[in-house]
Design a protein around this ligand. Structure first.
Ligand code: AGP
Length: 611
């Protein structure tokens, strides 16, 4: 989950590293560090600080205090060892000769550490990463590459590494296994980074490292090797993300900016895929006979992406009449799933790097399933390991709490359900066309919902002091309740739970007392009266009810609920893309009023690359 960056070129490295780290801070933000080779001193200069990156940045005056044109940097999300200066990366070897930044976990570090201690090598940190630096030095006999190679044969786990040695001040070494790492090709400079956003300011030419690969970077070239140390030619791709897409652009928070960007993101995601009245997926090839022969669709994902899967189940089953099962990726490989060649496994991941989701993908493949992933980050590991990929094209999402990636995932699922239904003949022509029209109208409707943000801010001001919030709803409204609840707890730290409304009387209703806040979702027309009954039930036990419904049901709901948020009337297929917006805004404003660090909530990271 940490962010790593490396630079070798002709300019001063430290400001470039700090700038790159500032764009990776969403990956981890409990401490940061840089190592730069100082050619005047002939040594590595290492600086680390607990806390946000700006602590380090201030200490180094934005990098002006460090001189050298090659370096590595790191922003940390602690796994082994509490956040502290000493546990921050870069970790260095005993002599200070070798510095390492690492994203991932070395599973056998304890055993390796004991061995090194038995050889008289002292350790200063509690990190697993220090083992790598010490071990490289232990094997080092003047040939850095061979020492790194020997270490790679001994370490187990997941890692993306950036390595710098003061004997080779013109070279960086990059290594990747199960943690993302990209290489950047600049004019007279080269980069390594966890994510393209870190280097977008300097170059758009990148290549994606594969598992087991190692690269040697100099200012003029990058040479990659496979696990047998045979040279590999990498494909260089051009990244088309705009730089300002990864900037705050005048907004106070990335999360708010990304909420407001949803209409454009949805347009980008939907419009090119509807042509002449048909869903068209370019670069997507599933044989119609394969679709007809499908016995089951599995949807596998974590967190918000899993919530998209829940909505996807309702939509896919309704339109295709194929059975759909949704599984948490973190559970999938432990549940002995029933997957065969007639199972399509739909893997959903914004980052394309979530370790649990990746492990589920591999398990599904091992069992014979075909993998279709829905991913935002182009070239990410999950995208590259899938048989088919549908990109969400939401643009870079920086805030830890997902918003625009989530709504575009929903849109892709709608398109997929319609595409399959068309192939299977399970949707009538008229219905199919109206669904497509509604999807094309969706971005404008989302704009309409966003224009009500001041009302939602007002409701947030009424309720931000509550300690505990319940979200209730049925069917898609239940799935959306789960997402609303996750958004709220993630960024505001308010305890919150989502329940299927019908379950209330099986236990949860005992928690409702005067003043409890219940967010009641009733957007689904066919279930509206049921939703009303549940509102009455909790209201009569003293709950404060903030309802979310459609325009045409507003009046009826207003008679019962304490306050009502609305979305335009729409077909069930697209309702979730609308109903999520007030829930995102509500969570955002509540967190804002509670003074929370919205883009970087405590203990969380954007890309969860550990189990
Ligand atoms: C959502 O706001 C969360 N940050 C989190 O639940 C996220 O959706 C989950 O970690 C999955 O991430 P992914 O989509 O990148 O795989």
């Amino acid at each position: 989950m940490c962010g790593i960056v490396g630079y070798v070129g002709q300019e001063q490295a430290a400001p470039i590293l700090l700038d790159g780290l500032s764009r990776l801070e969403y990956r981890g933000y409990d401490s940061a560090g840089v190592a730069v080779y100082d050619s005047t001193l002939g040594t590595l200069s290492v600086h680390k600080a607990k806390g946000r990156l700006n602590v380090l940045s201030q200490q180094l005056h934005g990098g002006a205090d460090l001189h050298g044109t090659i370096g590595i940097g790191h922003t940390r999300w602690a796994t082994h060892g509490a956040p502290s200066d000493v546990n921050s990366h870069p970790q260095v070897s005993r002599s200070g000769k070798i510095a390492v930044v690492h994203n991932g976990i070395i599973e056998n570090y304890a055993e390796l550490k004991s061995f090194l201690i038995s050889q008289g090598i002292p350790f200063t940190s509690e990190t697993d990463t220090e083992v790598i630096a010490q071990l490289i030095e232990y094997f080092y006999d003047g040939d850095l590459l061979s020492a790194v190679g020997r270490v790679l044969h001994r370490i187990q786990g997941a890692y993306a590494l950036g390595i710098l040695c003061d004997d080779c001040p013109d070279k960086l070494i990059a290594v990747r296994k199960d943690s993302p790492l990209i290489l950047g090709y600049g004019e007279g400079c080269s980069f390594l980074a966890s994510d393209v956003t870190a280097i977008l300011r300097h170059t758009r030419k990148v290549s994606y490292m594969e598992d087991g690969e190692l690269a040697v970077l100099t200012q003029d070239s990058i040479q990659c090797y496979n696990h047998l140390m045979q040279p590999v030619d990498k494909e260089i791709v051009q990244v088309d993300w705009e730089m300002d897409a990864a900037e705050k652009g005048g907004y106070e928070h990335f999360m708010f900016k990304e909420i407001m960007e949803q209409p454009q993101a949805l347009r980008r995601c939907i419009s090119p895929r509807i042509r002449e009245g048909e869903v068209v997926f370019e670069d997507f090839h599933l044989d119609p006979q394969y679709i007809r022969d499908l016995q089951k669709i599995y949807i596998v994902a974590c967190g918000s992406s899993y919530h998209v899967g829940m909505v996807g189940k309702y939509q896919l089953e309704k339109l295709t009449r194929k059975p759909v099962e949704v599984a948490l990726a973190s559970e999938f490989r432990y549940m002995d799933p029933i997957v065969n060649e007639h199972t399509l496994v739909v893997v959903i991941s914004q980052s394309g790097e979530t370790l649990d989701t990746m492990a589920a993908l591999r398990e599904a493949r091992r069992l014979g399933g075909k993998i279709l992933s829905i991913v935002n980050v182009v070239g990410s590991s999950i995208a590259r390991e899938s048989d088919q990929v549908l990109y969400t094209w939401a643009g870079p999402e920086i805030a830890v709490a997902t918003t625009k990636a989530y709504s575009t995932q929903l849109a892709v699922i709608c398109l997929l359900a319609l595409y399959f239904a068309r192939v299977l003949g399970t949707v009538e022509d008229g219905e199919y066309r109206s669904c497509l029209e509604d999807l094309l109208r969706l971005p404008d409707q989302v704009e309409q919902v966003l224009s009500q943000k001041d009302h939602i801010q007002y409701f947030a001001s009424q309720y931000f002091n509550h300690d505990s919030v319940f979200f209730i709803g049925r069917n898609i409204d239940y799935a959306m309740g789960l997402e609303g609840s996750l958004k709220l707890k993630e960024i505001s730290y308010i305890h919150s739970e989502a329940y299927a409304s019908g379950e209330l009387k099986h236990g949860t209703i005992s928690l409702i007392e005067p003043g409890t806040l219940v967010v009641a979702l009733g957007t689904c027309k066919r279930l509206f009266q049921k939703a009303m009954s549940n509102v009455v039930e909790v209201k009569s036990r003293g709950a404060d009810v903030l309802a979310l419904t459609t325009e045409s049901c507003r009046k009826e709901m207003e008679g019962t609920a304490s306050a009502v948020m609305t979305i335009p009337d729409a077909r069930e297929l697209v309702l979730p893309c609308l109903s999520v917006v007030p829930l995102q805004l509500f969570a955002y404003y509540v967190a804002l009023m509670r003074g929370c660090d919205i883009d970087k909530p405590r203990n969380l990271a954007k890309s969860v690359t550990v189990e």
